[in-house]
Design a protein around this ligand. Structure first.
Ligand code: ADE
Ligand code: ZN
Length: 352
């Protein structure tokens, strides 16, 4: 990776070093998308489940996707190896270990309860495992984490509502709700009542508006104007609508972008769109999405975007700052993370 000389010629910054040490905040990672081939094989053996593969190479050979739908067709069956609370704990702890090693200080993690309750695993088992991992990681790794419960949009609104009701017993461990899975023919409006109720229950709201979907702009409009989401996951098609760009700027709505994932499910990482939004003052952020499948955790996503778009350290700093700013943190925690980030930048001669 290249070095970057600041315009006053004062300092030459190695971008890889800068990215490695950058205090990071991740807002778009699916815990089930962090299931590595190694852990998948280990859990299959532990639970006596035949998955059809016995080596990492065989598992990786099944990773053939070029669209959201083809990715999801690989992603859901893999979850069958997750059965006990220990499995969910090990999954989340492995991700948190990796994230902490890459300088992630705070993360809001998606999980898909319906992908588990739908095959007979109790909601409480899923939450118990994730909760144990969060508590242990905070004490042992110094990384803080929250959970965002996603509804599967290709299933019914009734099932989503029932899941919302079931989640209330675990509300202390869930900070907000999201919407994921196959967007085609499953617009935000389908879940308007579920999201209205989630808001009433005190959850914060986010929603996937995946890349280059049929009706992307209308779905982004519904998410923003009709549902009133606090954040959007992906959402870079918004560049096609100046009015919606104005909307997110006015309300400070963040867009959680995932460059490496984009290049798997579409034909490019959408660096042009992400950087254009960044320069326009939209709070875009960098995230990993499903890192075990797309091969890039946070560092790799920052590096891929920086390489592709020729970003400077100040741009990377802005991206990291955006994430802490749109995270669902208390003001006190946010200020502390931002102070650490500014101290890091100052060490490279970058003023805030
Ligand atoms: N579930 C896991 N990853 C997803 C993505 N990128 N889009 C929609 N649903 C998902
Ligand atoms: Zn996602």
């Amino acid at each position: 990776m290249s070095t970057h000389t600041e315009s006053d010629g004062a300092a030459e910054i190695d971008l890889a070093d800068f990215i490695a040490g950058l205090p990071k905040c991740e807002l778009h990672v699916h815990l089930e998308g962090t299931l590595s081939p190694e852990l998948k094989l280990a859990l299959a053996e532990r639970n006596g489940i035949a998955i059809g593969q016995t080596t990492v190479a065989e598992v990786e050979a099944t990773y053939q996707f070029d669209s959201l739908a083809s990715f999801l067709a690989v992603y859901y069956p893999a979850m069958n190896v997750l059965v006990t609370a220990d499995d969910f704990r090990d999954l989340a702890y492995a991700y948190l270990t990796k994230a902490a090693s890459q300088g992630v200080r705070y993360v809001e993690m998606f999980f898909d309860p319906q992908a588990h309750t739908g095959r007979g695993v109790p909601f409480s088992t899923v939450i118990e495992g994730y909760r144990q991992a969060i508590v242990a990681a905070r004490a042992e790794l110094g990384i803080s984490a929250e959970l965002i419960m996603c509804f599967l949009r290709d299933l019914s609104a009734e099932f989503a509502m029932a899941t919302l009701m079931e989640s209330l017993a675990h509300k202390d461990w869930i900070i907000g709700v999201g919407l994921d899975s196959d967007e085609r023919d499953n617009p935000p409006s389908k879940f308007a009542a579920v999201f209205a109720r989630a808001r009433q229950e005190g959850y914060l709201l986010t929603m996937h508006c995946d890349i280059d979907q049929v009706g992307s702009i209308e779905n982004i409009r519904q998410a923003l104007e009709d549902i009133g989401v606090d954040r959007i996951d992906h959402g870079t098609n918004i560049v096609e609508s100046p009015a919606l760009v104005d909307h997110v700027k006015r309300r400070g709505v963040g867009l959680t972008c995932c460059p490496v994932s984009n290049s798997f499910v579409t034909d490019d990482m959408k660096a042009t769109e992400i950087v254009s939004l960044l320069r326009d003052g939209v709070r875009v952020t960098v995230n990993s999405d499903d890192p075990a499948y797309f091969g890039g955790y946070m560092t790799e996503n920052y590096a891929a975007l920086a390489d592709h778009a020729g970003l400077a350290p100040a741009d990377l700093l802005r991206l990291a700052r955006n994430a802490f700013e749109v995270a669902w943190l208390t003001p006190r925690a946010r200020d502390a993370y931002l102070a650490d980030l500014e101290a890091y930048a100052a060490g490279f001669g970058l003023a805030s």
